[in-house]
Design a protein around this ligand. Structure first.
Ligand code: COA
Length: 161
């Protein structure tokens, strides 16, 4: 079910949401990007860029891109959705927003971009995120050693769409 919890809305991100998205990204994740990176993703893959809103305030987002690469199960090249960044402000967590953002984005990656699978990287210590992805049917497919700038490993997680 991709419906947000009562009182919240999930909608496509727009250019004017980007300052809020960037603020949330900086407040919640060590992986931060230049504003042009967010703009580029919005321009190219905006149908899979969503924000969660409450009372007119953006409280979470998901940003994705679409790539060609080797499938994690199938042989040969497949179109893959890549979740680049997802975050929900701490006071709005455990209400189902992360799940709803993921479901919306995965639906768009499949229906609007024709992606056959979806993948992401996650810190091996990030138990909330790993729990969310496993609940959504993602599998750990590889460990990426020293993936993050501080030396932490990442799990590569993927699922079919
Ligand atoms: C990961 C994150 C987006 C999850 O958002 P959320 O809105 O709290 O997630 P949901 O409420 O939809 O949780 C769905 C399920 O995920 C799992 N989960 C989420 N947070 C969890 C936690 N702190 N501990 C254990 N399981 C957790 C649970 O199975 C949960 O279902 P339940 O509440 O019915 O038990 C949020 O914790 C976050 O913004 N973290 C900081 C940024 C981040 O780490 N992003 C991911 C980078 S890869």
């Amino acid at each position: 079910m991709a419906e947000p919890p009562p009182g919240y809305t999930i909608r496509h991100a727009t250019q004017s949401d980007l300052p809020s998205v960037i603020r949330i990204n900086r407040a919640t994740l060590p992986e931060n990007y230049h504003p042009s990176f967010f703009e580029d993703h919005l321009k190219k893959w905006g149908r899979a860029f969503y924000v969660a809103e409450r009372d007119g305030e953006v409280v979470g987002y998901i940003m994705c891109r679409v790539e060609w690469g080797f499938g994690f199960k199938a042989k040969g090249l497949v179109k893959k959705g890549h979740v680049i960044s997802i975050a929900v402000l701490p006071e709005h967590r455990r209400k189902g927003l992360g799940r709803a953002l993921m479901l919306r984005a995965m639906d768009s990656l499949k229906r609007e971009y024709g992606a056959e699978e979806v993948y992401l990287e996650v810190r091996v210590s990030n138990r909330p995120a790993i729990a969310l992805y496993e609940k959504l049917g993602f599998e750990k497919t590889r460990v990426l050693h020293m993936y993050y700038l501080d030396g932490e490993d990442a799990y590569l997680m993927a699922r079919k769409l």
